[in-house]
Design a protein around this ligand. Structure first.
Ligand code: ADP
Length: 466
């Protein structure tokens, strides 16, 4: 069932319930008020009659003398003796008790417990009557002389309540029809913005245009849904574009070695013999491609959270010293690489991967530092339970506008310079992925002409936590 139909049904159901409660309330109040009016009239009549009546003994029998009953036209009056016989009646040919049952019940009680009472009595083929039974007790003697029953027909009350019931039912039925139509219209109106968003989403799907956006008109729930949808499209668009850029970069990077290999193979074929230089070129380009493909594989594994890592507690102090030693071999005396270690440098991680990151940072530092410069590799433990590894150089530095991008895939600060050195711009992206997979962080600070510092934070090894 659609939400629109559900809304319409709920709206009509709630309205119908409210209408029903209102109807029942009005009906109950009106009926009660009418009966109270009848009761008040009966009570008043009974008290007038009782005050004008007299009770006494005649020939040893209890007798009741009632006033002129003609004046109480609207009410029927009966005087009943304590034995239950009718002693006097305002109705000429009425020999029936107005309500014999109540007299029977009252007679069974002691005089002190006999209180006036209202009842409803039904007589064949006549509308029900409201009866007020009033025990007649001698004021001085305190003796029970009999009962006074004053009654009136409930026909007009019944007629009034029946009329009210018909009116309420008709108004209720009309109200229900109106509320159903209004409910359906309201539900349609409420769902309109959602349908607009659905329409826009379908349009984007049909045209495959990720630049289209949903028109957000109000800051309500649906408006916020539209905003969330637009934000999701922004994100999807970014991802899609970076995916496209990534594929373009990979193709571009692959094309160069493939072209070199192809050119050399053509040359070899033309010469008809294996020339050493061409074979070396083919081999080095094939190596470059192999490196590129394994770097891409590593990055995609890291993206999928499936980077193979063999984590265990590792002391980074000997690792830092070993990387500095390798750095000195790579630098070959051109720049000096020095290691400084202070404090406990134990982390829970994959020693080979961390070494790979440090080597990459040190090689980059050597590569971008002019002859006679210095590269400093430092490891310290911080108060915040982290190990800080930093690689600083006195090299060319990175321009401010490039700093936010250096960790992006295929990003090179100086494209021509890096390509000459064979870098594809994946080293720092890989370093970031590896450090983040260890729960750490990496950042760069640099000033052109003064040097660059890469800081790597890794959580210290906490024996109880692992
Ligand atoms: P590549 O493999 O091309 O070196 P990286 O991801 O390792 O790629 O580095 C990205 C870019 O950041 C490099 O092209 C280089 O220009 C710049 N870079 C990295 N380290 C340094 C450094 N220590 N000093 C100056 N520039 C650096």
């Amino acid at each position: 069932m659609s939400i629109r139909t559900q809304l319409a049904i709920w709206y009509s159901a709630v309205f119908a319930l409210a209408l029903m409660l209102f109807g029942v309330g009005v009906y109950a109040i009106v009926s009660l008020t009418l009966i109270q009016q009848v009761d008040a009239t009966l009570e008043e009549s009974a008290s007038v009659i009782a005050s004008r009546s007299a009770g006494g003994f005649q020939d040893g029998e209890r007798v009741i003398r009632l006033p002129e009953l003609d004046i109480f036209r609207a009410v029927f009056v009966e005087a009943i003796g304590i034995d239950g016989q009718i002693l006097a009646s305002s109705m000429i040919s009425f020999t029936q008790h107005l309500d014999p049952e109540v007299i029977k019940t009252m007679r069974d009680k002691p005089v002190a417990e006999q209180h006036p009472i209202f009842t409803i009595a039904h007589h064949a083929k006549a509308p029900p009557i409201r009866v007020y039974t009033y025990p007649l007790v001698g004021q001085k003697s305190g003796q029970l002389f009999g009962y006074l029953q004053v009654a009136t027909s409930l026909e007009h009350v019944n007629r009034a309540t029946r009329g009210l019931l018909i009116t309420l039912l008709s108004v209720g039925a009309i109200g229900l029809i109106v509320s159903s139509v209004a409910g359906a219209a309201l539900a349609r109106r409420a769902m309109l913005p959602v349908e607009r968003i659905t329409g826009a989403a379908m349009e984007i799907y049909r045209t495959q245009d990720l630049d289209r956006r949903v028109d957000v008109r109000a800051n309500d729930e649906v408006g916020r849904l539209g905003l969330a949808f637009n934000e999701m499209l922004d994100r999807l668009g970014d991802l899609f574009r970076s995916q496209q850029r990534f594929v373009a970069d990979v193709s571009h990077e692959m094309r160069t070695p493939l072209t070199v290999i192809r050119g050399n193979v053509d040359l070899l074929r033309a010469m008809g013999c294996a020339d050493r230089e061409s074979l070396d070129a083919i081999s080095s380009e094939a190596d470059r491609m192999t490196r590129l493909v394994s770097d891409l594989l590593l990055l995609s594994q890291a993206d999928a959270g499936m980077l193979p890592m063999h984590c265990k507690p590792v002391d980074l102090a000997p690792l830092v010293t070993a990387v500095a030693r390798s750095g000195n071999i790579v630098a070959d005396g051109r720049v000096s690489v020095q290691a400084f270690v202070t404090g406990e440098l134990v982390v829970h991680g994959d020693a080979d991967r961390i070494k790979q990151v440090l080597l990459n940072l040190v090689e980059n530092a050597i590569k971008h530092t002019p002859d006679g410069g210095a590269v400093r590799l430092a490891g310290t433990s911080t108060d915040a339970g982290m190990v800080l590894l930093s690689v600083s150089d006195t090299g060319v530095g990175i321009p401010e506008e490039d700093l936010p991008h250096v960790f992006e895939r295929f990003y090179r600060v100086d494209k021509s310079r890096s390509r000459a050195h064979g870098g594809a711009g994946l080293g720092l992206a890989i370093a970031k992925s590896i450090i983040e997979a260890h729960g750490g962080d990496i950042e760069v600070q640099s000033a052109v002409g003064a040097g660059t510092t890469f800081n790597v934070w890794l959580p210290s090894y906490q024996p109880n936590l692992v």
